[in-house]
Design a protein around this ligand. Structure first.
Ligand code: PFF
Length: 471
């Protein structure tokens, strides 16, 4: 495996993988999904799914990647299970779909940075016209894709590791400062209550599915991103502790993003949580309004800095999303890395055009894409635009991926092979308690629970049947 490159050390891998996990999913998507899903009950489900279901899948993905040192398709072939390479192909398709819309939103964040840095304090009030302005958002999206492509073409280690080391802690500190500030605003406690005190009657098929999808999306699971990153990991590294760190960092950042957001929401709705801007605009419309309360100068500095850090968090995620199809093309078709990057980036960008145009610029892509049933059509801010539609399809594909990966690891590749791979870098793994948990996870809990929940999700979103209200 010459010239595939690798992470310079364990920290490099952890930072890159945590960088993949932490992104728009935590700061943009998590708060509005919590808003749509009824608040704290959603948060509880989300946390349960992350630790119970996602953690074993994460360990498994990294182990498969490190064992084979290949992309998700090559990995299943190399293990001798040609038939299972469909998981890898599905993952690559999911990656392309996710990046196609993710890059558009990353472009918005990047655009907000530029707008604020150049003195456009009113941008939050003009979110609608901004995203409908094709020239502007098109330019920002192109810029973001070029940046992503540049980093990926230089290989997985290097710049991204160094940047993550500095900017990730900066993002955490910034959010914590905003948490502190938001708690001082009027009506903050109403928002906090909505976020932290569960009303379990909010649980139904749609919110359960939403929480599960959010968990997989946020942890970058189910599409082989961590198989790909795992393929660059050394045998000396402890996969379990790495996965624990990545999970805790990702969940922790989503949680504090919620702590920042909900007091701000109740401040801007004067304590009327049902008036919240529930959809994709939450952080682009509500948050800048709060920056304004800091006064023009401080507001603009804090606002610009916030969106710069958010863009960076998005960049470490777009890099991992692009890396998956690129590693596949490089490994399987023996194309030069730089050419593969250009090819895949262009294809993905073109694929993203309907998402780019579907926010007011072109009526067809803005209004015709609701899923037949489910939460989309409720009054929670989900609209029928192409981007929301395709995002939901992609999230659901991740659940298929997670289910297939756990069945593969637990019942096809078998526990002892998984055990052996995890043991490298974790000497006492075979006698540890965490081994029992991981094995229980991949053999029974993940296959069973993911299968059942996937049925619930499909019934609620595609057939209009909510299992919870049937009884
Ligand atoms: N986890 C990223 C986020 O929360 O923003 C999104 C993502 C990146 C999903 C990479 C899937 C993936 F493979």
């Amino acid at each position: 495996m010459a010239n595939r490159g690798g992470f310079s050390n364990k920290l490099g891998f952890i930072l890159a993988a945590a960088g993949s996990a932490v992104g728009l999913g935590n700061i943009w998507k998590f708060p509005f999904e919590v808003g749509n899903g009824g608040g704290a009950a959603f948060v509880f489900m989300y946390l349960g799914f992350c630790f119970l279901l996602c953690f074993p899948v994460m360990v498994t993905e990294i182990a498969i990647g490190r064992k084979t040192q290949l992309n998700p398709v090559g990995a299943f072939k190399a293990l001798g299970y040609n038939n299972w390479k469909f998981i890898g192909l599905l993952g690559i398709a999911s990656g392309v779909i996710i990046l196609s819309f993710y890059n558009v939103i990353a472009g918005w964040a990047f655009g907000y940075f530029f707008e604020m840095a150049t003195g456009n304090f009113e941008i939050g009030k003009n979110f609608g016209p901004f995203v409908a302005n094709v020239t502007k958002v098109g330019l920002y999206a192109i810029l973001f894709m070029v940046l992503t492509a540049f980093i990926v073409s230089r290989g997985v280690s290097g710049g991204i590791e160094k940047a993550a080391r500095l900017l990730m802690p900066a993002l955490i500190i910034m959010i914590l400062c905003l948490v502190g500030y938001s708690l001082t605003l009027p009506n903050a406690m109403t928002g906090l209550k909505f976020y932290l005190f569960p009303n379990f009657s909010a649980i139904n098929g749609a919110t359960l599915g939403g929480a599960l999808r959010q968990a997989f999306f946020s942890l970058s699971l189910g599409m082989g991103a961590l198989i790909t990153y795992g393929s660059y990991v050394s045998k000396k590294d402890n996969i379990v502790s790495s996965a624990a760190f990545i999970t805790l960092t990702d969940v922790g950042i989503a949680f504090i993003a919620g702590l920042m957001m909900f007091p701000l929401v109740s401040y801007s709705t004067q304590g009327n949580m049902s008036d919240m801007e529930g959809g994709a605009g939450l952080i682009f419309a509500t948050l800048p309004g709060v920056f304004e309360t800091l006064g023009p100068l401080l507001g603009i500095i804090v606002g610009a800095f916030f969106f710069l850090l958010l863009s960076f968090a998005a960049l470490t995620s777009t890099v991992s999303l692009l890396e998956v199809p690129v590693a596949y093309v490089v490994d399987e078709f023996k194309i030069r890395r730089s050419n593969a990057v250009i090819l895949v980036a262009i294809v993905v960008f073109l694929f993203g055009l309907p998402s780019l145009l579907g926010n007011g610029a072109v009526d067809f892509f803005t209004n015709n894409f609701a899923l037949p049933f489910g939460s989309d059509s409720s009054a929670t801010g989900y609209s029928s635009d192409f981007l929301s539609f395709v995002a939901k399809i992609a999230d659901t594909l991740l659940l298929f991926g997670g289910l297939a990966i756990s069945i593969f690891a637990g019942h096809v590749w078998k526990k002892h092979n998984l055990d052996e791979e995890i043991s490298f870098g974790f000497e006492n793994y075979k006698t540890s308690l965490v081994r029992k948990l991981i094995n229980l996870g991949v053999t029974i809990i993940c296959p069973l629970v993911l299968f059942l929940l996937l049925v619930v999700v499909l019934l609620s979103n595609f057939a209009g049947i909510d299992v919870f209200t049937m009884f």
